[in-house]
Ligand binder design. Structure first.
Ligand SMILES: C=C(O[C@@H]1C=C(C(=O)O)C=C[C@H]1O)C(=O)O
Length: 362
């Protein structure tokens, strides 16, 4: 085995292992090259020679049951204190983005950062994958191991594109609130199609942030699709935070492939900004830590005729005894730096809860 991916779909009690038996995953030059292909895809935020778009060949596919252990509930993790240098670097990045927003160069920018945790011992990535499956039943959980991209663990709430042959689905997910105290036990929706809890209040800034994403997706998909439907925005839970989500369903217009749809959608203003190409260029230089495979996308492509591509969020890169966690948040002109920092901390909790009590204090 030279590369492998493990993935668990939301609400499923089984996970799938996809292994490539020999050689390295294929490097593809562009999203269009995904049309008609089969395998497990892992795409970076921006394709470069150092961080290519990879397609893992499914030489072996196995499905296993996730265990029903509840061992995770009481795990205590030692207190985490953000590094002062990280905090200062984020403040600098925020100021750079905010001045661009105030100058009217961008309608929205998503600023991201990285935090590295040193572990007491070498990380057992597969154990962490299984723990993430137990902790986050609503999320798409995946572990990818390949020489070219390294080892990544994800527990993401954001679908980029999924479907079988006929109907396709995507979402506009944005706006974030932390669930604290008793509210953290709150479940919305408890099952895939259950009604959402509409007692939750959202402020204007979060609603605008999410509407920008939903309008962008609708405008992008309209010329490429037929029968496009758009739901109302509703509240959904993702671990210890909640978001606003609009669902889209569509059929591809004649002559359209999903590679073209991905090329048009990715990266959406849920993870990048508007206008898209300028925002992507700006962020790749403005952010002090490169995003690598964070905020790209990954998932099975045409495996057993099903495609489930998710945005690579709530994730970490694992390297020996070190875990690099990534998170970002959408900025508008009225964003407040301290609140945005706390939002990235809340999103990083998703992976901090997975590494649990193995974090050391050094
Ligand atoms: C950028 C991230 O999340 C995205 C940004 C959100 C926001 O700005 O409110 C919410 C959900 C995601 O679309 C992340 O998790 O790192």
């Amino acid at each position: 085995m030279t590369a492998r991916a493990l993935f668990r779909l939301p609400y499923s009690d089984t996970y799938t292992i996809v292994e490539q038996g020999s050689g390295h995953p294929e490097e593809l030059a562009a999203y269009g090259a995904l049309d008609g292909r089969e395998g497990f895809v892992i795409a970076p935020f921006a394709i470069t020679a150092a961080e290519p778009l990879l397609l893992l060949r499914p030489d072996r596919i196995e499905t296993r049951r996730t265990t029903s252990e509840t061992e995770v509930a009481g795990r205590a993790r030692r207190k985490h204190g953000a590094d002062a240098a990280d905090r200062r670097a984020y403040a600098g990045d925020f100021a750079r983005c905010h001045s661009q927003l105030l100058a009217g160069r961008f309608a929205k920018l998503v600023l991201a950062r990285r935090a590295t945790e040193r572990m007491a011992r070498r990380v057992d990535a597969e154990q962490l994958f299984l723990r993430a499956c137990r902790l986050y039943p609503r999320m798409f959980v995946a572990l990818v191991e390949a020489q070219r991209c390294g080892t990544w663990l994800f527990a993401t709430p954001e679908r980029l594109l999924s479907g079988t042959s006929g109907r396709w689905h995507t979402v506009a997910l944005a706006g974030t609130q932390r669930l604290d105290g008793d509210a953290a036990r709150f479940d919305c929706p408890p099952k895939p199609h259950a009604p959402a809890d509409e007692t939750i209040a959202w402020d204007g800034k979060n609603r605008r942030e999410q509407r920008i994403v939903a309008d962008y997706i609708a405008d992008t998909l309209r010329p490429l699709t037929t029968g496009l439907s758009r739901s109302e925005a509703r509240t959904v839970r993702a671990g210890n935070v909640i978001h606003l989500r609009t669902d889209f369903d569509f059929t591809l217009a004649d002559g359209q492939g999903i590679g073209n749809v991905i090329n048009a959608l990715h990266p959406t203003p849920a993870v990048c900004g508007l206008p898209k190409d300028e925002a992507r260029r700006f962020l790749t230089t403005a952010e002090h830590s490169p995003r690598s495979y964070y905020s790209g996308f990954m998932g099975p492509l045409n495996i057993c005729n099903e495609t489930h591509l998710y945005v690579s969020l709530r994730c970490m890169a694992i390297d020996g005894d070190s875990c690099s966690l990534y998170a970002g948040g959408g900025l508008l002109t009225d964003s407040i730096e301290e609140q945005e920092w706390l939002e990235t901390e809340a999103k990083m909790e998703t992976m901090r809860n997975v590494i649990g009590d193995t974090v050391t204090d050094e």
